[in-house]
Design a protein. Structure first.
Lengths: 260, 155
């Protein structure tokens, strides 16, 4: 009996996973299928870019500055032992562009914006605002989900580009202004090492993929949660945990494709 | 009014993103040496410049007195010609001065070392646009190893 039960539980779990994926897919499909209506959609989109992007800007810029500075300081203490402290520029720039920029921005984004999206949608659902929209013949996918999704997709690449730029400046501050690396050597070696296609375009591709995944998970968790306070808090936690894991796993995959 | 404020902030956000992106792109492209009026240029022809890069420093006894502003290949002689942008503060180098492509440390980056020459009657000070005649090229480690191997084989 217990064996049958556990097999049934396994089946139920598998069905649940497939069901979740299907629902998430249908939700995204429904939100993106419509042609964008620029006149009506733009104010909604701007509002969401404000919530998702502008409000995450401070945390992203501050962490970018400090991560760049720490990276430069740690790199300097090791490189100076070999007398190659001038290679600090490429060390900071490449690690930020290739990995840290997109990944850390996505993690911060999941914590700052993703959890807020889930909580907001959960509140809308538990106060039956989504059902009221449907009763008024307004498609909540189009009115609520689509602007949030596009806002995430637009904001994340911009945020990671800012993160990288500020991080390199932080590395410059530590390396050149504090530790006294030669100014011209820092920039010239950095410029020689950074490539447009290999580094900057890949950075943007990564951040778009991460934006897609994080926003999708956040919206799905919010749209399909159990509408009570416990459900909202669980869904918010799940958003952060799942999107962080998804970002880290996808990062390995993308790195293997891009640089492997 | 609130909407206006949000729109403004979103505009600032988008602009900041674009500025950051341009800053990154700008870093990939070579940044020109700031062509202030208080610099003058010298050129020098080498046979091999090794790993010298644009914006590498020019040093006299370790003091930075200028930067490499351009590296070109002379069309006729097929030899690299390096353009140096020098600080006007250090303008009194005699034409007997010599330049060499040196390496900072064993693994470090390459720079141009300038050794001031002697002054005598009839020897002029290097002016804007002059070419330094006495140059020493970069030492290429592979060549040195090759020479060492062949010379040890002969013995």
């Amino acid at each position: 009996m217990s064996i049958v039960d556990s097999i049934a539980a396994l089946g139920a779990r598998a069905i649940g996973i497939v069901l979740g994926l299907g629902r998430a897919g249908i939700m995204l499909w429904g939100a993106l299928l419509h042609l964008p209506r620029f006149k009506k959609g733009t104010p909604l989109l701007i509002k969401q870019i404000y919530v998702v992007g502008v409000q995450s800007m401070v945390i992203v810029i501050v962490s970018g500055l400090f991560i760049g500075m720490v990276l430069a300081l740690q790199g300097y203490t090791i490189l100076v032992g070999f007398g190659t402290e001038q290679s600090l520029g490429p060390l900071v720039a490449l690690s930020l562009l290739r990995e840290l920029g997109p990944v850390v921005t996505a993690l911060l984004f999941a914590g700052r914006a993703g959890s807020a999206l889930t909580a907001e949608l959960g509140l809308m659902k538990s106060t039956e605002q989504l059902s009221s929209l449907e009763m008024m013949a307004v498609d909540p996918l189009r009115q609520v989900i689509a602007p949030r999704f596009w806002a995430g997709l637009i904001s994340m690449p911009l945020l990671s580009v800012m993160f990288v730029a500020v991080g390199i400046y932080g590395g410059y501050l530590v390396g050149v202004a504090w530790k006294g690396i030669d100014d011209g050597a820092f920039w010239s070696i950095l410029q020689a090492a950074v490539e447009w296609r290999q580094d900057i375009v890949n950075c943007l591709i990564k951040s778009v993929v991460f934006a897609w995944v994080v926003t999708w998970i956040a919206l799905y968790r919010g749209y399909h949660l159990v509408p009570n306070p416990e459900g909202i808090s669980r869904a918010t936690t799940q958003t952060v945990v799942q999107s962080s894991l998804a970002v880290l796993a996808l990062d390995f995959l993308l790195t293997a494709i891009m640089f492997g | 009014m609130v909407t206006k404020k949000i729109e403004l902030l979103v505009g600032v956000f988008l602009l900041a993103g674009v500025v950051a992106f341009l800053a990154l792109v700008y870093k990939v492209a070579n940044v020109d040496v700031s062509t202030n009026s208080d610099t003058y240029t010298l050129t020098a022809e080498f046979t091999n410049i090794g790993g010298l890069k644009v914006r590498s420093p020019v040093k006299v006894g370790g003091v930075v007195v200028g930067r490499v502003s351009a590296i070109n290949l002379d069309a006729k002689k097929l030899a690299p010609v390096v353009t140096l942008t020098m600080d006007k503060k250090y303008a009194d180098f005699p034409e007997t001065s010599s330049v060499a492509v040196l390496t900072s440390g064993l693994l470090g980056e390459q720079y141009i070392g300038l050794t001031p020459g002697f002054m005598d009657d009839g020897i002029e000070i290097l002016q804007d646009g002059d070419r330094i005649a006495d140059t020493h090229s970069a030492m290429v480690l592979e060549d040195l190893i090759g020479q060492f191997l062949y010379s040890s084989k002969d013995k």
